[in-house]
Design a protein around this ligand. Structure first.
Ligand code: ATP
Ligand code: MG
Length: 431
């Protein structure tokens, strides 16, 4: 067990003024109300590295109900964990009560002087594992327990608002310095408990340009198959984080090397390795680089555009097969979108709305091919939901595929004012 290391305010580089003022406000109010108030997780990690955090999470010994009493703008959420969300105009500050380690029994009744406390003589419904995988855990604990139940040492650091110190129960400061991503506890146990941690490890290490500690690296390769035990919704969320993390290309390379990507999208990965799909690898990598460029420019593309770009060649290739079998071109594309994105073998659950928007983006490609770009139909198409994304898709594809250059030029030309010709009774057929 690591000893607790405390760095006083002048001994580390985390400056209070780098903390978003909303988070600072929550920390200060909790502190003033007599609670422990720690900035935790990626916020501390990133500030110590001189990076701008994506979000600021707070850990406290105040129970969610107590947090709610302090902040009018607070809502208690969560099924798996109860969390207090403190709402500000632009951000939500997630405030979590210190949680216990999984193998710690629920606190004794007398330690919990709150009406919300659970009886300890009945099985705790909020605390269970299924075959070692966490189902629910909502048991409050000490700061040290809270640090130890986190995933990686660099994510287990606390910044104490009361005195500006950094509290390190898990050896995170040393690992930050050595640029190592290390699992807290035994990698096999922790990855088995929550296989999504393997994907997080790869993403965070790639984002920070850290090395994953050798034992954890080897365990990821060995346990990658366990990803199938994870929630498909969570994996989709994690995939979105990857696509928008600013290092999507690097995460892809590393996730591929470890066999994680292949587990998540088996059919797509197999196709990319086949002679038919191999040339598309260049497209996929370029799409991921594009996401990184967007991120750097502060742009947030729709998930559907990202999915369309990522899976585009695979979907379009499949649509070609369906069309060759006799399906009209437009229907072939829709069918291919659904075959690829709703494939039950994928480990991510892509929401219906995203699939629908991908249908639009790729369906509009077909419709654009049918039009001069200047007709009345074209001007209606330009107004259609999803057209903007469809044009971005076409621009991207035009940069890689000479066959689409002419189409792109046609649609990039400024639209001519509509002539007074009788409107066609129906739009051109989709096929
Ligand atoms: P970023 O926000 O930059 O993606 P992060 O590390 O802050 O990275 P969050 O998802 O915001 O990631 O989680 C906040 C913190 O919660 C983490 O730093 C970690 O301490 C803890 N955490 C998140 N997911 C897990 C998990 N699956 N298992 C254990 N701890 C976790
Ligand atoms: Mg975070």
């Amino acid at each position: 067990m690591d000893e607790c290391v405390i760095l006083k305010e002048h001994q580390h580089g985390l400056r209070r003024d780098r903390i978003a003022h909303e988070a600072l406000r929550v920390l200060t109010r909790l502190d003033e109300a007599g609670y422990k108030a720690y900035l935790c997780g990626g916020g501390v990690r990133d500030l110590l590295l001189g990076r701008t955090p994506k979000d600021f999470d707070i850990a406290t010994d105040a129970r969610p109900e107590e947090v709610k009493k302090i902040f009018r703008n607070c809502r208690i959420i969560g099924r798996r964990f109860k969390l207090a969300h403190v709402f500000f105009r632009d951000v939500i500050i997630e405030t979590a009560t210190f949680r216990a380690l999984l193998d710690t029994p629920p606190p004794e009744a007398e330690d919990v002087p709150l009406p919300s406390r659970r009886r300890t003589d009945v099985p705790d419904p909020t605390f269970a594992t299924r075959g070692g995988v966490i189902v629910r855990d909502n048991v409050y604990g000490t700061p040290e327990e809270d640090a130890r139940r986190r995933d990686f040492t660099i994510n287990g650091l606390f910044y104490n608002i009361a005195d500006g110190s950094i509290i390190d129960y898990v050896g995170g400061l040393k690992d930050l310095e050595n640029r190592v991503l290390r699992v807290i506890g035994d990698p096999e146990t922790r990855f088995h408990e929550d296989p999504v941690r393997m994907v997080r490890a790869v993403r965070i290490a790639a984002q920070l340009d850290f090395q994953i500690e050798a034992g954890a690296r080897e365990t990821i390769v060995r346990l990658s198959g366990e990803l199938k035990n994870s929630s498909r919704e969570r994996l989709h969320e994690e995939m979105l984080k990857i696509l928008n993390c600013g290092s999507a290309g690097k995460v892809f390379d590393r996730a591929w090397q470890k066999g994680l990507f292949q587990r998540i999208y088996p059919a797509f990965a197999e196709w990319l390795q086949s002679p038919a799909g191999h040339p598309a690898l260049h497209w996929v990598k370029k799409a991921l680089r594009q996401f990184d460029v967007w991120k750097q420019a502060g742009l947030k593309p729709m998930p559907a555009l990202q999915h369309a770009l990522l899976f585009g060649p695979f979907i379009e290739g499949l649509a070609g097969t369906f069309a060759a079998e006799g399906l009209p071109e437009f229907e072939a594309v829709l069918q291919a979108v659904n075959t690829v994105l709703r494939d039950k073998a994928n480990l991510t659950q892509i929401p219906k709305a995203v699939v629908f928007d991908v249908e639009r983006i790729l369906g509009i490609q077909v419709q654009m091919r049918k039009s001069s770009g200047q007709s009345k139909y074209a001007s209606r198409l330009r107004q259609r939901n999803g057209f903007e994304e469809a044009l971005i898709y076409l621009k991207f594809a035009g940069g890689l595929d000479p066959a689409r250059k002419e189409l792109l030029a046609r649609w990039m030309a400024p639209a001519q004012p509509a002539k007074h010709s009788p409107a066609p009774s129906s739009p051109p057929p989709h096929s």
